[in-house]
Every structure is written in C-alpha cells, then in structure tokens.
Design a protein around this ligand. Sequence first.
Ligand SMILES: Cc1cc2nc3c(=O)[nH]c(=O)nc-3n(C[C@H](O)[C@H](O)[C@H](O)COP(=O)(O)OP(=O)(O)OC[C@H]3O[C@@H](n4cnc5c(N)ncnc54)[C@H](O)[C@@H]3O)c2cc1C
Length: 389
Amino acid sequence: MIWDVIIIGAGAAGMMCAAQAGQRGRRVLLIDHYHKLGEKIRISGGGRCNFTNIHTRPENFLSNNPHFCRSALARYTPQNFISLVQRHRIKYHEKTLGQLFCDDSAQQIIDMLKSECDRGGVQWRQPCKVQAVAREGERFVVQTENEALQTKSLVIATGGLSVPKIGASPFGYRIAEQFGLKVVPPRPALVPLTFAPEALAQYGDLSGLSIDAEVSCNSGQFRENILLTHRGVSGPAILQISSYWNGADFITIDLLPGLDAEQWLLGHQSSRAQLNNALAEVLPKRFAQQWCEAHDAVKPLNQFSNKALREIAQGLHQWHIKPSGTLGYNKAEVTLGGVDTDGLSSKTMEAKTVPGLYFVGEVVDVTGHLGGFNFQWAWASGYAAGQVV
Ligand SMILES: Cc1cc2nc3c(=O)[nH]c(=O)nc-3n(C[C@H](O)[C@H](O)[C@H](O)COP(=O)(O)OP(=O)(O)OC[C@H]3O[C@@H](n4cnc5c(N)ncnc54)[C@H](O)[C@@H]3O)c2cc1C
C-alpha cells in the first residue's frame, strides 16, 4: 500500500499535522521512535503545558529569516488553538503575559491531539525506528526496523535537540542535508547560563534568590525575574536572553529597572548607613551585600563622592556578566537554528527543491520566545502542512 502522508515525529507539530491531514481524508501514518506519546508536551509548562500565548506576533520568534513565520502564524492563530481546547472542554487560565496553561494537566493536550488524530483515522507506528529514507520516482520509501513503507508526502516533525533522554534526535537535520537543504547550526536556547569560577565564588551561594531585572544582549531585551543558581543564572529573563547570547558576549542586567539609581543614591548620600544596607531596601539583602563586596563598595554612603555614587548607579543599571556557557541540551527548552527557511515554502513548509518533503515544528529554523510561542509555532506550522499534504 502507498500512504498519502507519512509523518516522522509524533510530537506537537507532527500530531497537529496528522490530525489535519487525516480529517481531510488523507491516509496518514505517524511514526515515532520513543515509547511514550507526546512526552515533551507532558513535561512542558511545569506539567501544565503553556500551550499558546494570546499575544503571539512574528516578533516573538528568532530565525535567519524573521518573516518566514508570518504566513503560518496568520493562518493558525492562538484563537484557533483555544477554540480546539474549548471544544475538548479543557479548562485553562492565563498565568502572566498572555501565557495560557491547562488548569489540570498537560496530559489533556496530548489526549486532545490523539483524539483529533483518531477522528482523522491516523495510523501509528510507535515505538518504531526509521533506518533510512529514500526517494524513488515521485514517492518516498521509509525504511523502518520492520518494513519498507511508501508514501506520496513525507513530513519531518522530529523537533530539536533539547532533552535527548526523552527522544530528541538530529534526525530531521540529517534528512534535510540528505536532500540538499541547508541547516542553520543548532544550539541550545531558553537555557540557564553558567558562571565562570570567579563569579560563582561571588554569587554561587545565593542559589534560589530571585530579582526583578531587565536583561539585554544584542537585540534582545526582557524585563522579568532572574534567578541565581548554584551553577550561574536562570529565571525567565535569563532563559529569554540565552536565545540572543552567542557564547562570547557580555549580558547586561539592569538590577533596578524603573528606578533612577543615581538620584536615589544621591538622595541617601548623607546617610551613615553602609551602601549594602541601603541597597537592601531595593534589592535582596544578601545579594546587595555580595554585589557591594564584589564591587569593592562596602562602606557608609557618606564616604562616597558624587562621582563614585554615579559609578555605582551605573553599575547597578548595567551589571555586565560574562557567562562561561549554558547548561546545554539537557536543560534547554528549545533549539535555535535548524532547517534553513530559505529552502522551504512559508505557506506550506514544503521543501522548494524536493516536492512532497515537508518540515514542521522546532526542526525548522524558527524559535519562539519563552511563554507558549514554541507550541504556537508547532501548531501553526503543523496546520500549514496538514492542509496541503
Ligand atoms: C522542559 C520543557 C518545557 C517546555 N515548555 C514549553 C511550554 O510550556 N510552552 C511552549 O510553547 N513550549 C515549551 N517547550 C518547547 C516545546 O516543547 C517544543 O518547542 C515543541 O514540543 C516542539 O514541537 P515539535 O513537534 O517540533 O517537537 P517535539 O514535540 O519535540 O516532538 C518531536 C518528536 O519526534 C520524535 N523523534 C525525534 N527523533 C526521531 C527519530 N529519529 N525517529 C522517530 N521519531 C523521532 C520525538 O520522540 C518526539 O516525539 C518546552 C520544552 C521543554 C524541553
């Protein structure tokens, strides 16, 4: 038999694509090598799956071609996914900044996608390893460990490299290369950053402490919490900025966003209080202490000159840190880079030079900010291909 569509990777994008194609009457087979279904969805959003963001805009995505995501995102919006969630009577709430989470469990999203696939008569091979893919005439032959399967359309939905222990693999990149498509080098993103030994000695024992800050690096800027850890820094603002960090840059942290630190310090200049004790009014006390020690500034405020206070203020608004690295793919939520969008149609996700071959979801060089954007890309790109395969 010849399948209309074989989809490799039964994650967020693969299941969305399969459900759409199946419900259009196509004969669809989904293949996944991992023994559990939708594992990345299950662990997402702390077990409650931040399944979309109501403020989704193309600006929330990184890619070598920032316009590539526009078409798919416009044709399958957060509201489309919310309607699906509502139809399945899944209760949800907005946590913060437009992020929608399940009230109960991420498993509900997996069950919903599975039931949408069932409605489309989608067939499964899972767990099942794919050994090779070849093109024969206008068809593709997918050689699994058990059989050779033939299909008219082949969709690659194998995701990125993050969290290899639950099934992530570079399979999609290898298939792209096999068919002559370029791959933007992948790297971990939405990932905690590590401190070099010197900074770790200064701040490593503050693990668990969080600060509302504005973090910037290259073209990225985010106002959210940073979290000190025993390895370096994390928290939403750091995860966000990790996607803009190229491995060598400094990251700038405004520790007092919204406060004019110079005015504030000059206003306290006659005080006999130690600088760190005064700063404990606006920063966590232990952090203020260690930041002042690291900046050789542990003395009473009235012993600082105006110039010195101005420098302290600038240091607080522009705390430059140079991470030594990231915690890597084991702790990264997503992978930056992937199949180069130059080789794909932004309307259908089909490879321009290989008719019938599609790439959807995180395997493509489109990476969302933290906050439900990555799933929205998975739904939208899976939907785009699902309409045409
Ligand atoms: C801890 C964590 C929390 C997250 N939380 C959120 C969140 O709350 N909101 C959000 O928007 N995003 C979140 N993300 C990101 C989000 O999970 C992904 O961007 C999204 O799942 C990508 O969908 P996908 O279908 O492209 O890939 P995946 O969902 O990763 O699915 C890929 C599938 O392909 C299979 N596969 C891989 N290689 C092969 C192979 N060789 N053969 C066969 N099958 C293969 C895998 O087993 C997997 O089932 C989180 C990620 C992590 C790691």
